[in-house]
Design a protein around this ligand. Structure first.
Ligand code: CS2
Length: 492
């Protein structure tokens, strides 16, 4: 049967809450780079709540810097999409904040023009760790990155997120429009400072005067973002169709929990996000570190070890008591490595995280979280590991996690099936395995020699290398289940 696609005319007849403001009158106030599922379930959700309550011109121009798939999903729906919260019950809502989707490779000038529209106050980004084109160990711009080299040579036809921001700001100044706020919404420590470093780093290479202006006038608020938003599946879309009688190719599925902590540092107007649940603070650092090390750190541990143990989703991993116990040990260890936000109950937070991971409504693929380990491992594990080393604390759980990651990027599972490794450094990892696959000690040394990931200090840490080698041998010889069991019996 032909199913009606979500569109504005359908809103009145649906038994689902939708925009309560007049979408046709809203002007764009935000340009967002990276209009994937996460943004649509997080910043767009908060911004929608602001417009539902207070109105205002906070329409979002979404930009895809790579593919046109989100535009194909949203354009026929006039930007509308369903956000489906899956928890104890299912709660759909239709969001109207996204007005348009622009596709970078097709028309870079349209994105630059959108950033340089007079009424736009904020450029925000969710481009994943690798989209910053930075060196994870130092947080500075990687001038050798092919997209950055391209953007230096072609500043008016950029490819990278920093390239679009620099070009947009340049146009604003040429047209006397003044600065705007650039807000990172990615899981990076100190994401405001990293964004400032890559944007000014690129501007410096193109036009030092522009770089100086950006440093002076543009604000780069940092944020801590949190909501589990797995990639939408065909089954999810079918489920919505069966339940509600319309088709939504832009459907986003998320957990009920959501958190957003924002550094209150905007050089122009912003939506009243604090009125709809966001926390505006002077310094997001404590929240960010806690979330990265506890939530994302255990996510990555569960992704690599869980995938190898044969589990496709985080929910499945959390049905195995040994992996729940590992998560607990990991979190307890990570929690000793940072100062939590004032008056914050970190033990309750850990318990809540385990409950969130065990949400049966979410099909969060271990493979999805396992992507881009070269970009994620440094801030999720290695900063905690450094702290443990400094404090002479036990580091076995981190060595185990690193061994699981190294074993995972071999690209073959325990049944001999290929694993597709999606990581900017996938080729390097494959060649390390090829050259040293039969000699665990050399293999681990070769991984640790990747200073861009491990930094010089950990590259030279013999104890961690030795522990990692032992766990790699154990995982390879006995399999992930037995190795996890062994680690638990040692630790508990
Ligand atoms: C996950 C995150 O894919 C990943 O690497 O760890 O996307 C995680 O779900 C979010 O950060 C939760 O806020």
């Amino acid at each position: 049967m032909f199913m009606t696609r979500l569109n504005p005319n359908l809103l009145a007849s649906l038994d689902i809450p939708g925009p309560s403001y007049d979408r046709t009158r809203v002007k764009p106030g935000i340009v967002h780079l990276g209009i994937g599922a996460f943004h649509r379930a997080h910043q767009a959700f908060y911004t929608e709540a602001v417009m539902n309550r207070f109105g205002g011109d906070w329409g979002i121009i979404g930009c895809s810097l790579r593919s046109e798939s989100v535009r194909q999903q949203l354009e026929p729906q006039d930007g509308l999409y369903t956000l489906l919260e899956r928890g104890a019950s299912d709660r759909p809502q239709i969001i109207g904040a996204v007005q348009k989707v622009l596709v970078g490779p097709e028309n870079p000038a349209a994105i630059i023009a959108a950033i340089a529209a007079p009424q736009v106050n904020i450029v925000s980004l969710t481009v994943t760790e690798k989209g910053y084109c930075h060196l994870p160990a130092s947080g500075t711009l990687n001038l050798q990155h092919p997209d950055i080299q391209h953007d230096i040579a072609n500043p008016d036809q950029p490819k990278s997120a920093p390239g679009f921001i620099v070009a947009g700001l340049n146009k604003r100044w040429r047209e006397n429009l003044g600065p705007l706020s650039v807000m990172s919404c990615d899981n990076l420590p100190d994401n405001g400072a990293v964004t400032k470093a890559v944007v000014t780093g690129l501007a410096e290479a193109i036009n030092p005067e522009l770089a100086a202006r950006i440093r002076q006038e543009v604000s780069f608020p940092g944020t801590m973002i949190d909501r589990i938003v797995p990639a939408t599946t065909a089954n999810d879309i079918q489920w919505l169709e069966n339940q509600y009688g319309y088709r939504d190719d832009g459907l986003v599925v998320a957990e009920p929990f959501t958190q957003w902590v924002i550094e209150d540092n905007f050089c122009r107007a912003r939506p009243a996000w604090e009125s709809v649940g966001a926390l505006l603070v002077k310094d997001v650092g404590h929240y960010e570190t806690m979330k990265l090390r506890l939530l994302n750190g255990s996510h990555s541990l569960l992704a690599y070890s869980g995938y190898l143990a044969g589990y496709a989703t985080i929910y499945q991993v959390m049905q195995d008591p040994n992996f729940v116990a590992l998560t607990r040990v990991f979190m307890e260890s990570a929690a000793t490595t940072f100062t939590p936000p004032a008056n914050f109950d970190v033990t309750a937070y850990q318990q809540q995280l385990r409950e969130r991971f065990a949400n049966p409504g979410l099909q969060h693929k271990t493979w999805q979280i396992a992507m881009d380990g070269s970009q994620k491992v440094p801030q999720r594990w290695l900063n905690s590991l450094r702290k443990l080393i400094e404090n002479n604390q036990d580091t076995q759980i981190y060595a185990f996690a690193l061994a699981a990651w190294i074993r995972f990027v071999k690209g073959v599972d325990e049944q001999g099936e290929a694993i597709k490794i999606s990581d900017p450094q996938a080729e390097i990892f494959a060649s390390l395995w090829q050259n040293h696959g039969t000699a665990p000690e050399q293999l681990v040394n070769a991984f640790f020699a990747q200073e861009g990931i491990f930094g010089r200090d950990l590259s030279g840490n013999d104890l961690i290398k030795q522990q990692t080698r032992q766990w790699l041998e154990s995982i390879s010889a006995e399999g992930m289940h037995a190795a996890a069991q062994k680690l638990l019996s040692q630790l508990t």
